[in-house]
Write a protein that binds this ligand. Structure first.
Ligand code: ZN
Length: 426
């Protein structure tokens, strides 16, 4: 242990909290994980006391909107990455629906430069390139150029490609490049962007709702294409039981499909839209208790691989409009871990599934280095206070996006430190 530069003392491993450990780190990498007190800290090493804190590998968010360039009043890369660090994220994938759209190398480069200038030590930014030019769904974007510029995935998120032939070509091309395609599944004709589930609440409020079939139809198309072509596709923010069942069947048949869901689909239902609450307006919309149970079971059995925030910040005035006119989206970085941790505490989700969905599978699917706390792994980890309570208020959030239906809620669990390559970025 002589060369350790940092020793984290007496942390509680998330999956084995009864047995405190010391983590030894050098040169941004894990040297070893040992029973607490087994080895002295070498002279000169920095010691970080983690008594009572849970140790987790750093979280990877494969679906976030940082709004820069073009909508800096909602969020900037600087504020977005600061909020991500506060949430425990070490890797952040940012979607292409910026202004201009990230469909050319210069935009990708701009994002990477901004991230490096504002957060040189992390969290790391991974731009997601547009799948089609201008996200218009008509012409493939220059995927090779985008990959060369640093895009780590491609997606038309928010404006899914309706043309199945074009989507097929995109999947094949991206697969040749070895870059994953992320698809936001939404039939473009079945109440797109409604922001509320078609069901009891939408009927009561007199709003046009989006049926679960609108999502499931495109999930089915993508699964069939993936299986037919033998080419992978990653399905974004899955919200309902129908989609889960299609994915489960496709996986059983060997389709190279992976999927994610978001904390808000696990913690909230369509009832959050009561009173025309635009803070709960999100796309896909919040669904029902039955959908929630299906998503939890799917995380548990691996049908849904990953969690992602779909962090979508908006300014207050943009949400203070009639429900129909309000933009979709919830600001998600800073509440993500608390919300899912609470689910685990309640027994609705196992800690094993939580760690897999936040820390392991996203890194595996998108080919990022993964911290399993073995020698040589990147020293990406966080220390989480599982007892601390905090209240979700606009002031408590460092993101510019204060738009969350959790406002006023007390949550349990606070990220005390977020280490990227051995450096605390909080
Ligand atoms: Zn989306």
């Amino acid at each position: 242990m002589s060369q350790a530069e940092l020793v984290v003392r007496s942390a509680l491993p998330a999956l084995d909290p009864e047995n405190p450990v010391d983590l030894f780190v050098a040169k941004g990498r894990v040297l070893g994980l040992h029973p607490a007190g087994a080895y002295p800290a070498p002279e000169g090493a920095k010691v970080h006391d983690a008594q009572g804190l849970v140790l987790l590998p750093g979280l990877t968010d494969v679906h976030a909107h940082l709004r820069e360039p073009g909508q800096e009043w909602k969020e900037t890369i600087a504020t977005g990455l600061a909020a991500a660090a506060k949430g425990g994220f070490v890797n952040v994938f940012c979607m292409a629906n910026t202004d201009p759209v990230n469909d050319k190398a210069s935009v990708t480069q701009f994002m990477l430069d901004k991230a490096l200038a504002t957060h040189p030590r992390g969290p790391r930014l991974f731009p997601v390139g547009a799948l089609t030019v201008g996200l218009d769904g008509k012409e493939l974007a220059p995927l090779e150029e985008l990959k060369a510029a640093g895009c780590r995935a491609f997606s038309n998120d928010g404006r899914p490609v309706a043309d199945s032939e074009l989507f097929r070509r995109a999947m094949e091309y991206a697969s040749d490049l070895g870059v994953p395609v992320i698809d936001h599944c939404e039939d473009p004709f079945l109440a797109p962007h409604a922001g509320i589930n078609e069901g009891a609440v939408s009927a009561r409020l007199g709003l046009r709702g989006a049926p679960t079939a609108g999502e499931a139809i495109q999930v089915a198309r993508d699964c069939l294409l993936a299986q037919y072509l033998g080419v992978p596709v990653h399905l974004a923010h899955i919200s309902c039981r129908q989609s889960v069942e299609i994915i489960r069947r496709a996986k059983a048949q060997g389709a190279p499909v992976t999927a994610e869901t978001c904390p808000h689909y696990l913690a909230l239902t369509e009832e959050a839209c009561e009173g025309y609450d635009t803070a709960a307006k999100v796309n896909p919309p919040l669904r029902t208790k039955d959908d929630q149970l299906a998503l939890l079971a799917a995380l548990e059995d691996g049908t849904i691989d990953a969690l992602a925030t779909d962090h979508a910040p908006h300014a207050a005035h943009e949400k203070e409009t009639p429900f129909d006119e309000a933009p979709n989206g919830i600001s998600g970085f800073e509440t993500a871990l608390s919300v899912t941790w609470e689910l685990a505490q309640r027994g609705d989700l196992s800690t094993r599934a939580l760690v897999s969905a936040w820390c392991v599978r996203p890194a595996e699917i998108f080919g990022l280095p993964l911290n399993r706390f073995q020698e040589g792994d990147p020293a990406d980890f966080l220390l989480f206070d599982p007892k601390a309570r905090w209240k979700v208020t606009p002031q408590a959030l460092v993101s510019k996006g204060k738009n969350t239906p959790l406002t006023g809620r007390e949550l349990t669990g606070v990220v005390r430190a977020c280490f990227v390559a051995g450096k605390n970025v909080l």
